[in-house]
Every structure is written in C-alpha cells, then in structure tokens.
Design a binder for this molecule. Structure first.
Ligand code: URA
Length: 268
C-alpha cells in the first residue's frame, strides 16, 4: 500500500495533508525519513511513525450498534443528536452508518469504514432482508396481512412493494396493552381520548427493500399507524440484546460472514 494512503486511512489527515507531511520530512518508515508519498509499504511489517508515534492502520471495521430513538442516522448534524454521538472520539474515526433508521426507530444499525461493504449491503439487487418489530394503532386483519405480504401500493411510489413477511404477535385494546408498549418518540397522549383508535397490534415485518420510511408507509397503506418500531435483524444478523440502547461492539467473524450479502440470503 502507498505510504500516503496508509496514513490517510489511519486518520492522520486527508490524502492531501498527509502528502505534505511526508514531503516535509515528518514521517519515518523503519526509522528512516521518507519524503516520497508514493513509496510502497507493507502493513503489519513496516513501522510507520509520525511525530514519533507509531501509526497503526485500523483495518476494516464492522460495528453493531443498538440505536436508541431520538438520534438521527447521519455522520454530523448541526441541530440534531446523531448516532455518532454515542461513539468515543477515537472509536468514531472513519466510521459511517450503513443505511439508515428514522429518528424515532430503535434497533440494529451497522457502522463501518468499508465503502464496499456499504455498497454491497445496500445494493437493491442483493435484496438483503430486514426484520422489524412494531406496534401499530389498528388491527391487521388476514386481508391486510395478505396485502402487505404480496405487495402494497404506498404513497409516492409507482410500483407496489416487494413481497414481505408478516407475523402478528398480539392484538387488543390499547387500554389493556398500554403497559407493554415501550414508551417512545411518538405522541400517544391523545390515543385514549380518540374513540376511533382503540385497538393496537404488535408483530414482525420482514422486508427486502429500503425505501424511505418503508415500514411506516406500508402499514399506513393498510390503515395502521406505527407507534413503535425496532429493527431486529439484517439478513441473518440478529441484534445482540445484551447491548443496551446506545451501546455498540465489533461484529464477530461469524456474524460478519452471516451478513455478507454475496451469500444471497433468502428468507422466503
Ligand atoms: N422503515 C421505517 O418506516 N422506518 C425505519 O426507520 C426503517 C424502516
């Protein structure tokens, strides 16, 4: 790998900045000052130092994050708290979120510094499945379930959605189930007084597309309003519930293999 690429990937600076550092004689390779940014070095064998500190290449990183509600999926934002705010300054270097979850959605979010992984996982042709747990206002009848599973027309889209999988867990009066519904970003204060909205349903929905607000829009298309949403699974990768909201960890090798889109995970 070129010396300037190695330093840039190790977050010493941008490619342009590290070239200047090298040309200015600030970088050593195996104890020798090197002023050629294009020189080839071997990661793990050559010792690279800047300001007398050994610069370790971070390698590719794949992080599982348990996203809480109330933060947006972005690298930076002037107004809102972002998912990156949960990472230490050291840990967040070079990381970016893979895909996105809405501000009020909880659950499994992956972060990486590997652009190719992001491209592959998000590529619409790979149809990587995403499983969500939801609570909605309303009832999901057999008819509605079938509609959602076969493909439903959602507002603003020309085509109906791809096949999905629905699993209804329970359904009942809001008053009876209220204590089971996680308190969340949605304003449910007027539900009790709304005589038209008395029933709620909990379930899982698995989709293989990633349109904006897709789950909410699909459920809205059958007259249901999402009041809680949590992503549980991407492909075969399941959210580690030992991670509390806002916590993160590196993916284990076996987990990485499970999520690799080239495996063409087929849920149906
Ligand atoms: N679908 C949604 O509506 N919101 C999300 O955050 C993810 C999927």
């Amino acid at each position: 790998m070129r010396l300037d690429k190695y330093l840039a990937e190790s977050y010493v600076g941008t490619r342009k900045q590290v070239r200047t550092l090298i040309i200015d004689g600030k970088v050593t390779v195996n104890g020798e000052v090197i002023i050629d940014p294009a020189i080839e070095i071997e990661n793990g064998i050559d010792e690279i130092r800047y300001k007398d500190e050994i610069i370790k290449h971070p390698g590719k990183r794949y992080i599982m994050f348990h996203k809480p509600a109330g933060c947006i999926t972005a690298k930076t934002d002037e107004k809102h708290k972002t998912v990156m705010d949960y990472f230490t300054e050291e840990d967040r270097k070079g990381l970016f979120p893979v895909g996105r979850l809405d501000k009020d959605t909880e659950g499994l979010l992956l972060l990486t510094n590997d652009g190719e992984f992001d491209n592959q996982l998000m590529h619409p042709n790979h149809h990587v499945s995403k499983k969500y747990f939801f609570w909605v206002l309303g009832i999901i009848t057999e008819e509605k379930k079938e509609l959602l599973e076969n493909g439903v027309a959602i507002e603003g889209e020309g085509k109906t959605t791809s096949p999905a999988k629905l699993e209804i867990i329970q359904s009942g009066k809001y008053d009876d189930l209220e204590t089971q519904i996680p308190s969340y970003g949605y304003d449910t204060s007027n539900i009790k007084n709304d005589k038209y909205v008395q029933m709620v349903t909990a379930g899982y929905i698995t989709i293989t597309e990633g349109k904006k607000h897709q789950v909410k829009r699909m459920l809205k298309a059958v007259g249901c309003y999402v009041i809680y949403l949590k992503r549980m699974q991407i492909g075969q990768l399941v959210l580690d519930e030992k991670l509390r909201l806002g916590e993160y960890r590196e993916l284990a090798e076996s987990e990485f293999e499970n999520i690799t889109p080239f495996l063409k995970i087929d849920i149906f």
